[in-house]
Ligand binder design. Structure first.
Ligand code: ADP
Ligand code: MG
Length: 588
């Protein structure tokens, strides 16, 4: 038998989608406080928010008539019709939150538009006629929800422990505070002030207030970029500030926190190479976009956004970060090789503390650090497989042709090799110390990007299957792009097969498939990503032995690279001058 649910019951079900836990009340009430223009905003929770969740603001307030309407479903002052939706610049616009809250908790709202006249409203589950009374209050609004889910035991059972709910409430609070640095926020839990965030001057400053200690704050950067109809602000930790997971990464679109894996990925790409391998930056991506170029109305809690053209945003983020990190790395390299300023006093401490190397920052002298780095050089990245092999390297595939076997080659002289990684050459008054893997990687990378990648048809194709429809879509819609990268992928009885790979491909089948499917996440940067993969695998490794001719040829190319950084951004070489060494032994 079909029954139409009584409106009261229907409301409870709908409300569950918007208000599923105290943190949702925090989020919705904060949205309203921000939309009302509140400058000083306060959140109070008791017993994980279940007993009481209240948000107090000093914003525009409501007059008596609006107060009487605000708790009704689809009552909103923010849009008039569906057409306004596309242009809405407020956080709220559906007029659902207060109604949903009133369906699942007792709601008390106290408000004033001018600080002279104030009104209080009380509604709650089962009440159709709210009570409105005169009250006293400064300009602004307090919205308080009491006894969440007291009348709906099923929902109450889904709540977690109080402590956990409190953490989620604070997270919802931080999500808002991070996006509105110019406003001041306070968070009080069970009568104790837990977090106080005075108005901050920038997104970066607010990020530090919320998530970092003051020491870490020194290593945070704020970078800006703009594209058609949108702009981005990127807040990211530098190489000194990273985490092993992605928990401190945030994405905001028009100041709403959203879950957008693609944009986080863009952040990670942009800083690749600036960081040690395998770690993640701390940071936030803020996108400000013309509302007509994005749809915010696809998720009940507005946690997702559909951008008209996500690729352009992705690309801008990566490029902006790459440019920034390139400059930053160049600056660091410059600082580290500032050879004329060696401070003799510090040299003793270097010899006494050879293991205490921390190049990049600290209060020791940059010149001393350069020397220290040389004396105590460790590979800055995890050793690649194949390290330690003593066989002479096979002449690398797209290698530099070596015409002369003479040790004198283009004005540089081969001095030798150290630590199974570095090639040492002398030129003029300088000693160049070249990372053979990074150098070769860069040379190959530039070559892969400048010419079509030669293919090699496989005698026996490699069959494979995908894990998702997404992957299938990717493979069938990118055939041409993949072919340009030296990859022929064909459909094969319900699965797929690789019919051709780039010439001299060296990876095993499983890894090959993984690398190809990974391209899916590269978006616009597919060619760069592929060139990175190819060059990394084809380049000579740490531990590979290059003969004199090969080493010299590689050194020469490395020293004439327009951008002497590996595709991940690490410097390809560093130098020591004659003067540097003379001073180090106090000859001057
Ligand atoms: P929405 O935010 O989508 O409009 P809500 O149910 O959250 O829907 O709020 C309904 C209306 O109540 C808002 O449009 C606004 O006019 C009013 N309101 C709610 N909270 C506040 C507040 N803190 N200050 C002023 N007005 C408010
Ligand atoms: Mg709202």
């Amino acid at each position: 038998m079909i029954q139409v649910l009584p409106p009261e019951e229907a409301r409870k079900i709908a409300a569950g989608e918007v208000i599923d836990r105290p943190a949702a009340l925090v989020r919705e009430f904060l949205d309203n406080a921000i939309d009302a223009g509140g400058e000083q905003i306060e959140v109070l929770i008791e017993e994980g928010g279940g007993r009481r969740t209240e948000v107090i603001d000093d914003g525009a307030g409501m007059n008596k008539d609006d107060l009487g309407l605000c708790w009704l479903t689809h009552a909103t002052s923010k849009i008039r019709s569906l057409d306004d939706l596309a242009q809405a610049e407020t956080l709220g616009f559906r007029g659902e939150a207060l109604a949903a809250a009133a369906a699942v908790a007792r709601l008390e709202i106290l408000t004033s538009t001018d600080g002279r006249e104030a009104w209080q409203l009380e509604v709650g589950p089962g009440k159709t006629e709210p009570r409105i009374e005169q009250a006293r209050r400064n300009r602004g609004t307090s919205v308080r929800a009491l006894g969440l889910f007291d009348t709906i035991p099923v929902r109450k059972r889904f709540l977690k422990r109080e402590g956990t709910e409190a953490i989620l409430c604070r997270q919802a609070f931080i999500d808002k505070a991070l996006a509105f640095p110019e406003r001041s926020f306070r968070f009080t839990q069970d009568g104790k002030l837990k977090t106080w965030l005075p108005a901050a001057k920038s997104l970066k400053e607010r990020f530090i207030q919320c998530l970092l200690d003051s020491m870490e704050g020194n290593f945070l950067h704020e970078i800006h970029g703009a594209g058609p109809g949108f702009s981005v602000t990127l807040v990211t930790g530098g190489p000194e500030l990273y985490r092993n997971d992605r928990r401190q990464q945030y994405v905001f679109a028009n100041r709403r926190r959203i879950q957008d894996y693609g944009l986080l990925q863009a952040l990670e790409y942009g800083v690749q190479g600036w960081f040690p391998n395998g770690v993640h930056p701390v940071g936030a991506v803020y996108v400000e976009i013309d509302p007509s170029l994005a749809d915010f109305n696809i998720h009940p809690a507005k946690r997702e956004v559909r951008f008209a053209d996500p690729g352009v945003i992705h690309h801008l983020i990566t490029q902006t970060l790459r440019e920034f990190t390139r400059h930053d790395s160049a600056r660091r390299m410059e600082e580290n090789s500032h050879t004329t300023e060696i401070n003799y006093e510090n040299i003793d401490t270097i010899f006494n503390n050879p293991g205490n190397s921390n190049p990049g920052y600290g209060d020791r002298h940059a010149g001393a650090l350069a020397l220290e780095a040389l004396l105590d050089q460790k590979p800055a990245f995890a050793p690649l497989p194949g390290r330690g092999s003593t066989e002479p390297a096979r002449s690398p595939d797209r290698s530099f042709a070596v015409a002369e076997a003479s040790p004198q080659y283009g004005g540089i002289r081969l001095v030798g090799r150290v630590f199974e990684l570095f090639i040492l050459v002398e030129s003029g008054d300088k000693l160049f110390i070249i990372d053979q893997h990074a150098a070769h990687e860069r040379i190959l990378y530039d070559a892969f990007l400048s010419k079509p990648i030669p293919k090699q048809e496989l005698l026996v194709p490699i069959p494979f299957s995908t894990a998702s429809a997404d992957e299938d879509r990717f493979l069938s819609s990118h055939r041409t792009e993949l072919a340009n990268l030296g990859l022929i992928i064909e459909e094969d009885e319900g699965g797929w097969r690789i019919a051709a790979l780039p010439a001299n491909w060296k990876l095993g089948d499983a890894e090959t498939v993984r690398e190809i499917l990974e391209l899916r996440t590269a978006g616009e940067n597919m060619a760069e990503r592929w060139a990175e993969t190819l060059s990394c695998h084809a380049a000579v490794k740490d531990g590979d032995y290059l003969d004199d001719t090969g080493a010299l040829a590689l050194a020469k190319e490395a020293l004439s690279l327009p951008q002497p950084r590996c595709p991940h951004g690490r410097p390809v070489w560093t130098t020591l001058t004659q003067e540097n060494l003379y001073r180090a032994v106090r000859r001057l």
